[in-house]
Design a protein around this ligand. Structure first.
Ligand code: ZN
Length: 552
């Protein structure tokens, strides 16, 4: 029956001890986190939204509401669940593949059949250490798994394997830059803990609502849960915190961080308190946030809702509850009230040994960490780039790597940033491609920037060939030669074309000379057309103005 397999266990990295002791944990310092049972309603998937890290600007309500809001401070904490990109599940060898037919990636272990024994996937530990280090946490060299017991139809074991009193990592922080359009500034938010756990299955509800079916493909998929300190004060801060988590897990390669697929799920706790009050207000949890912009709006909605209740003397109506954000209606609705704290009766998982890390193992993982988003932003800032450029370039590791390669080829920093942020970004968006898909190499983008800068080709021609290079590849020099694109900088040649255009447009010339000087643009366009875009623009305009204003 047991399908427990010894998979990819690297004894040098952490030691699996024979038996874990059933230790009674002290319950005095327990802070039971009330994220309730897994909200696994699959419900409707939101329409596909582009991955984005920016959030919509705050909706400003009436002046009256703004006045009320000024008297209160919001306190926001976030629990983030990250699904790990491991090949197999956390405690069995079933493939961890999103989107496969229901109940095709299952076995006795993840189905929770009696007698099946879990075996820890060493990648889960490695990813936990990677994320813990990236979030500036202290690591527990000795941690353990615990059973969190609750009943739900998508959890056949009747408990979730999680980490309770000794998480793998704790006491860290994350740095974010708030975009200028939201006030700017650098913020640091505390990370309470990172722990390893398993996901539950999923309920598939029938359209008629008559019955539900259980898909256990997701049961046993490894998760890291990141719990923040209650350090955020607005929807924007919370959304930027979550966006930074997404960046970090993607940079680290521990998860695809895809919110629509549920690979990155954020539950947000919001309370408010009158300014100056030390105690926290009643916490309300918001779920179903599958985009950063939705998170920001949902939190601001909740802050306003609570502030209005306070203001009307109805703060007793702010109760511990879970609310669901309805993106369509732009409001939250109560999902369930919480009757006191849930008691999950945690106890150490007897079927799994303690997780012992050696310092060498931790150090070896630290040595493989990539440059993280915060370090990149500071490096780009030090290069003299503005915050908008910095945030754009550091948002995706692949874009940052490309940018670094372009400037490594000697391109001017600001010019390279401009090309990536404008024309290339627009192309990627239109074609739904990533920077890794384009045929233009960083070396050739540097060559293109240089060819425009030294006047070999005009900026206009540069943009034209950019799209061909992006789609088909090739070299800038090869294309300039093949298409005879070298910029015309010979004044005599440009003068010839200017005179020809003036001679062919006597009517416009008369109008120009009678004071309709904005026709200069028309003449310039005609000359440019005649030169097939190759005339040097400053020279063209200089000669054109001379000829247009010449007294015959
Ligand atoms: Zn399995």
């Amino acid at each position: 029956m047991s399908t427990a397999l010894l998979r990819t266990i690297q004894p040098n990295h952490f030691t699996l001890l024979g038996t874990a002791l059933l230790r009674r944990t002290s319950r005095s310092n327990i802070s039971v986190r009330c994220s309730g049972s897994q909200a696994t309603t699959t419900t409707t998937h939101e329409a596909k939204q582009p991955s984005q890290s920016r959030v919509a600007p705050k909706n400003h309500g009436s002046n009256k509401l703004d006045e009320i809001l000024r008297d209160y401070e919001a306190v926001i904490g976030i629990e983030t669940h990250v699904q790990l990109s491991t090949f197999t599940k956390a405690f069995c060898s079933c493939p961890n593949n999103y989107g496969s037919e229901p109940n095709t990636s299952i076995c006795p272990v993840c189905m929770g059949l009696p007698g099946a024994l879990p075996v820890l996937n060493s990648k889960v530990v490695e990813f936990g250490v990677r994320l813990g280090l990236a979030l500036n946490c202290g690591l527990s060299l000795s941690s353990k798994f615990d059973r969190k017991q609750y009943f739900y139809p998508d959890l056949p074991k009747g408990y979730q394997i999680s980490q309770f009193d000794i998480p793998i990592a704790s006491g860290g922080y994350v740095d974010v830059d708030i975009p200028l359009e939201f006030g700017g500034g650098h913020k640091r938010f505390g990370v309470t803990r990172v722990h390893m756990e398993e996901d539950a299955g999923k309920l598939l509800h029938s359209d008629t609502g008559d019955y539900s079916q259980v898909d256990l493909n997701r049961a046993g998929v490894p998760l890291l849960e990141i719990v923040s300190e209650p350090d955020m004060r607005s929807g924007i801060e919370a959304a930027e915190y979550a966006a930074e988590m997404q960046r970090i897990v993607r940079y680290l390669g521990v998860s695809n961080g895809n919110m629509q697929e549920g690979s990155l799920r954020c539950d947000v706790n919001v309370s408010i308190r009158p300014i100056g009050q030390a105690e926290f207000g009643t916490k309300v949890e918001i779920k179903n946030l599958n985009a950063f912009s939705a998170m920001s709006r949902a939190i601001d909605f909740e802050i306003k809702r609570q502030a209005l209740l306070y203001n009307q003397g109805q703060e007793d109506q702010i109760v511990t509850e879970t609310r669901l954000w309805e993106e369509g209606a732009q409001k939250s609705v109560s999902m369930r009230k919480k009757e006191g704290l849930a008691d999950y009766r945690y106890f150490p998982e007897p079927d799994l040994p303690e997780v012992i890390l050696t310092q060498d193992y931790v150090d070896s993982i630290r040595a493989t960490l990539p440059e993280l988003p915060e370090a990149k932003r500071r490096r780009y800032e030090a290069m003299g780039l503005g915050m908008q450029d910095v945030l754009f370039l550091a948002n995706e590791a692949s874009v940052a790597d490309y940018f670094d390669a372009v400037i490594g080829e000697g391109a001017e920093v600001k010019l390279a940033a401009n090309w990536l942020m404008s024309d290339i970004a627009a192309y990627l968006k239109n074609e739904e491609l990533s920077i890794n898909d384009v045929k233009l190499t960083p070396k050739e983008l540097a060559a293109l920037i240089a060819a425009i800068k030294d006047g070999t080709i005009s900026g206009k021609i540069g943009k034209q060939i950019l799209f061909e290079l992006l789609a088909k590849g090739g070299t800038v020099q090869g294309m300039i030669k093949a298409k005879n694109l070298v910029q015309i900088t010979d004044p005599a040649e440009i003068e010839k074309m200017v005179l020809k255009v003036i001679a062919e447009n006597p009517k416009q010339l008369e109008q120009y000379r009678n004071g309709k000087t904005k026709l200069q643009g028309y003449f310039a366009g005609e000359v440019m057309k005649m030169s097939k875009g190759k005339a040097n623009p400053p020279l063209l305009n200089k000669i054109l103005v001379e000829k247009l204003n010449a007294k015959d």
